[in-house]
Design a protein around this ligand. Structure first.
Ligand SMILES: [Zn+2]
Length: 461
């Protein structure tokens, strides 16, 4: 390589070539902008002409947006027939299952005012599964659990304080009501009425106010020993530890560590497979058989097919997804809490971090929902979680929100073999009752549209 002396002829020649190239590039750039109407930066045309071009561009953009929307809609509608995988055959997909399977309430909402709504939800075929009994709150959750059961709830989210007895703070009024059913604790009533408790082992440990060790032992072990039907859930697992979506693997390991026998753990999964509406009936026996086979084997936890039955869409989106979004939006990404660090004092403190997280997710827009669900489903597949019941609190137009969930559910099955159903959950706001009313209406409407559109689609084929 020759040395070029500054100011020499060669240097001048090079500079000339360089400027020529630059000009050439900018002309090519101009070419591009010219075709999009930006040529008027060069010569200001009369107003009519400007308006005409503006309108042309606007029309073109609108048309493009419309085409895109149509293509997307078509894609979502057809995706269930696009993928053929031997591992997760299309014939076994969740196409016949209602998208929305349950109706819930977040903690620490009072349950009683929702009685009428629960009834409507039950009439529409939804499972009523409110959170009740997460934080101790001076025995208040005991009232909520009993109210929920009396209003037809067959599942109780968290529900730790169903274990309360008079000696551990069960309020007298609740004791009296329980006595009229001939039982002395809610756990007893739940056993008899087959009301399932959704235990979130790790989540409960992360929030101090749950007082999950109040009854001298881990709630999971206590419920299993009391014969109360139990399922497990990750809850807001993106908020702690490695920020991974599902922590079912870790929870099963913890349950075994706590002294639960393999058949006991397997039966928790069996119970989940029986209960869930995410999985077609024809597929259930195989999952149940696999779980029971695992109980009798010494296979690793990975081999057990698992069900994550209490999980929250916003709360469990994995850290990598959230971080990418936060970077794109130029905001700080909330860091998950280490499990052995200090806990959150209560749900209010928890909510501060949670809200920052939710803001990022909202900003990502409704059409990012399928990718949120796929990110979660990928982590489920890694941990052999086959069933996921996701709590959602829709925002924006409900039907659009559900449509996106539906697309996500399709992709989650086809790519990762995860069966998903959604539990619409009313947030604990001042307008909770009115919100719940609207949410229930749109959920029923969507399930109806879903089953009728499926019929229409089948007719076409
Ligand atoms: Zn929860």
């Amino acid at each position: 390589m020759s040395v070029v002396i500054p100011g020499s002829d060669i240097a001048k020649k090079r500079a000339e070539v360089e400027s020529h190239r630059e000009m050439h590039n900018s002309i090519r750039g101009l070419d591009r902008t010219f075709s999009t109407g930006a040529q008027f930066h060069w010569k200001i045309p009369p107003k009519e002409e400007r308006d005409r071009v503006d309108k042309l561009m606007k029309d073109r953009d609108a048309k493009r947006a419309q085409q895109l929307a149509q293509a997307k809609a078509k894609h979502y509608k057809r995706t269930s027939f696009v993928w053929t995988s031997e591992k997760y055959p299309a014939t076994e997909g969740p196409w016949d299952q209602p998208l929305i399977s349950g109706f819930g309430l977040t903690s620490p909402c009072a349950v009683k005012p929702f009685g009428a709504l629960f009834k409507r939800a039950l009439d529409a075929g939804l499972t009523v599964q409110p959170n009740a009994g997460e934080e101790w709150r001076h025995g208040e959750p005991c009232f909520n659990i009993l109210d929920a059961i009396e209003h037809g709830a067959k599942r109780i989210g968290h529900g730790i304080h169903a274990l309360a007895t008079p000696s551990t703070g069960l309020p007298d009024q609740v004791s009296i009501r329980l006595a009229s059913y001939g039982v002395s604790s809610m756990a007893e009533l739940m056993k008899r009425e087959e009301v399932t408790v959704e235990v979130c082992l790790i989540s409960n440990r992360m929030v101090e106010s749950t007082q999950c060790e109040r009854y001298g032992t881990e709630p999971l072990r206590a419920f299993v020993r009391a014969g109360v039907p139990v399922v497990l859930g990750s809850d807001h697992s993106g908020m702690w530890s490695d920020g991974e979506a599902t922590n079912m693997h870790e929870q099963v390991a913890l349950a075994v560590e706590m002294g639960l026998k393999r058949p006991e753990v397997a039966e928790i999964m069996v119970r989940s497979f029986e209960l869930t509406r995410a999985v077609p009936e024809a597929v259930k026996p195989r999952l149940i058989q696999q779980a029971r086979k695992w109980a009798q084997s010494s296979d690793p936890i990975q081999a057990l097919p698992k069900a994550d039955m209490h999980a929250n869409l916003d709360g469990m989106i994995p850290l990598w997804w959230l971080k990418a979004q936060a970077d794109a939006q130029g905001v700080k990404c909330p860091v998950p809490k280490e499990e052995d660090e200090a806990k959150w004092r209560d749900l209010d403190e928890f909510r501060e971090v949670y809200d920052a997280r939710t803001a990022i997710i909202r900003n990502a827009g409704l059409d990012s929902i399928p990718s949120q669900i796929l990110a979660i489903a990928a982590s489920c597949e890694q941990r052999h979680v086959r069933v996921l019941e996701l709590s959602i609190t829709p925002w924006g137009k409900h039907l659009d929100f559900f449509r996106m969930c539906s697309a996500g559910r399709t992709l989650a099955y086809e790519r990762h073999g995860v069966f998903i159903s959604f539990v619409v959950t009313v947030g604990c706001t001042l307008d909770a009752l009115a919100d719940g009313e609207k949410l229930l209406d749109s959920s029923i409407e969507f399930n109806r549209l879903w089953s009728s559109s499926l019929d229409a689609e089948i007719d076409e084929y």
